[in-house]
Design a protein. Structure first.
Length: 151
């Protein structure tokens, strides 16, 4: 029988250590992604669309939108200090965004168990939704922060 682990308590006790680790994402830094909010199973981040992020049609490249969504997915799924990795992400692009737009992505945990967790991710600009994603994470046994036993 598995011992119950208070994952919300782990998030609360190690919140800053977890955040510092997740903000070390080099690719997110390269894109200029800023983590705005971070909670148990949730994350909000944004970036400003720059010239080098545009495709041949002058709209934001889909990979940039996906990368922003992937970052909030990573933060939300790892928010308990337990190592989680993506199993799948399904994206639907709803509307274009342009240079100068601020894209904001929000990840919300729908369900989690010991081995997997499910998320809904919404990417918006100033005019409304740009993309919606469903994402599934695999939750490993290890924690990337040093968890001290609670007495």
């Amino acid at each position: 029988m598995r011992q119950h682990v208070d994952e919300t308590g782990i998030h609360e006790r190690y919140r800053e250590e977890i955040r510092e680790k997740l903000e070390q994402d080099s690719f997110a830094q390269f894109l200029g992604i800023s983590l705005l909010e971070f909670g148990p199973g949730t994350a909000v981040a944004e970036l400003e669309v720059k010239e080098h992020m545009l495709n041949a049609h002058g709209t934001t490249h889909g990979a940039v939108i996906f990368a922003l969504a992937d970052f909030v997915f990573a933060v939300a799924s790892n928010s308990y200090g337990k190592t989680s990795v993506a199993l799948s992400m399904n994206i639907g692009y709803l509307a274009p965004s342009m240079k100068g737009n601020r894209l904001r992505a929000t990840a919300l945990e729908e369900k989690k168990n010991n081995r997997t967790s499910w998320y809904r991710i919404r990417v918006e600009n100033e005019e409304g939704p740009v993309a919606l994603l469903d994402a599934l994470a695999y939750r490993k046994n290890d924690h990337f922060v040093s968890i001290e036993p609670q007495t």
